[in-house]
Write a protein that binds this ligand. Structure first.
Ligand code: FES
Length: 160
């Protein structure tokens, strides 16, 4: 991937301090960092190993065990397309096609500029408003191709 991210080391220190540099809190520290960047940047691993006094291998095994933590760079915006039954019946495939075309990625991939990661998810719990997508924590419902692409344009504008 082309893009690089800038790590706010003060904030990483803040997260570590918040948990008193306690190795027992490794999972929560990783989750906080993941929340911040949508993944755990690899540069953080040696820093965590040193500050928490744990082997890097332990950090990798915790990070790979939990599905909510990613070691792969992910976009600023994670676009989850619901492919549950109700959304499938009401055109989730078309929404995925539109997003893949527009963003020039396949599902599970991140755009070159690091802005979007496209993922699928099983039922976001608002089937009556299908089809739905969730961008980070924001739900967008009752979509078609055009409204989906309008939403993506808004995120692009907000990011620029
Ligand atoms: S199937 Fe998509 S929200 Fe339930």
């Amino acid at each position: 991937m082309e893009h690089t991210i800038e790590i706010d080391w003060q904030q990483i220190d803040y997260i570590i301090d918040k948990f008193n540099s306690d190795k027992e809190s490794l999972l929560m520290i990783l989750q906080d960092i993941n929340e911040q960047y949508n993944f755990v940047p690899p540069e953080c691993i040696p820093v965590l190993a040193q500050k928490l006094d744990v082997p890097k291998s332990l950090i990798y095994s915790v990070a790979t065990f939990y599905k909510t933590i990613s070691l792969e760079p992910r976009g600023k915006y994670i676009v989850h397309v619901c492919t549950g039954t109700a959304c499938h019946v009401r055109g989730a495939e078309k929404i995925i096609d539109a997003l893949e075309d527009n963003l020039q990625v396949k599902t599970e991939q991140t755009t070159e500029d690091g802005l979007f990661t496209l993922e699928t998810v099983r039922c976001l719990g608002c089937c009556a408003a299908a089809p739905v997508i969730m961008v980070n924590k924001n739900m967008h419902a009752g979509l078609d191709r055009t409204s989906t692409l309008n939403i993506i344009e808004d995120y692009k504008k907000n990011a620029s």
